[in-house]
Design a protein around this ligand. Structure first.
Ligand code: SAH
Length: 234
């Protein structure tokens, strides 16, 4: 069964957006992944279909109402739908390649995109939403964050990456950042390709790549090396 993503948003016209081209676009076209959007405003209240209101306790901005989101979620994900329910949120668990891989192995996801100041806290518990953050910065809405997550998931679905090997050495898959890449021409503006890469010695190439990956990870993200020791992974 295809991976099925249902995105709840006030801006469905943003989708598929960048997910409509290249790898993800082809996966959607083939049906390896299915992307549906639901307009939260369809569940808005009153003549103006209000979806938000002022924060209890005062302060700036508007908050998405729990009742509106509850109805939108229930309509998009009826009982028996076992897909995880995610809420894009700067307070969430950081999106990692491990989490992406877990999602890709599942049936799909329901993804709620926040706007304004965020959502009424009660919806998170009331509908079991898992908050997911794409990084320590604040976006104006959850849609781009949802696209980031879906792009990362879709490329891992079976058959999506042309060469199934191409994911194996990538950053994070080995718990190391990736080694440098080179291609033709052999010399560009006086800069050459490390000779080992054109030596034809596959063992030496592998050792060089591994050493470079370790060096770059040590320099840029030593935290990843500690993490990999904790996990006992190679
Ligand atoms: N007042 C909130 C920010 C709201 S930003 C706070 O200070 O935490 C509006 C919406 O954008 C959020 O509800 C969320 O859905 C989305 N968003 C913003 N930054 C994000 C991030 N780093 N990761 C995932 N979603 C994010």
């Amino acid at each position: 069964m295809a991976f099925r993503a249902t995105v709840l948003t006030l801006y469905p016209e943003m989708f598929p957006g960048p997910l409509g081209v290249s790898l993800a676009g082809k996966a959607l076209e083939r049906g390896d992944a299915v992307l549906e959007t639901r307009q939260i405003r369809d569940f808005g209240k009153g003549r103006h279909r209000a979806v938000d209101d002022t924060p209890a306790g005062g302060g700036a901005g508007m908050v998405l109402r729990a009742d509106v989101l509850g109805e939108a979620i229930d309509a998009a994900s009826p009982e028996g739908d076992s897909r995880p329910r995610l809420l894009m949120s700067p307070r969430g668990r950081p999106l990692t390649q491990d989490f992406v891989r877990d999602l890709a192995a599942g049936e799909g996801a329901l993804i709620v995109c926040g706007r304004f100041e965020g959502v009424d806290e009660r919806i998170i518990e009331g509908r079991g939403l898992i908050e997911v953050s794409i990084g320590d910065y604040v976006l104006s809405g959850g849609e781009i964050a949802a696209m980031v997550l879906l792009d990362a998931v879709i490329r891992l679905l079976p058959g999506v990456m042309g060469n199934d090997q191409s994911g194996v050495h990538e950053s994070f898959e080995t718990r190391l950042l990736e080694h440098p890449h080179y291609t033709r021409p052999a010399e560009w503006e006086g800069r050459t390709i490390p000779p080992v890469l054109t030596s034809g010695d596959h063992g030496a190439v592998e050792r060089w790549r591994r050493a470079e990956a370790e060096r770059i990870t040590r320099d840029r993200r030593p935290d990843l090396l500690t993490a990999s020791k904790d996990r006992g992974a190679t």
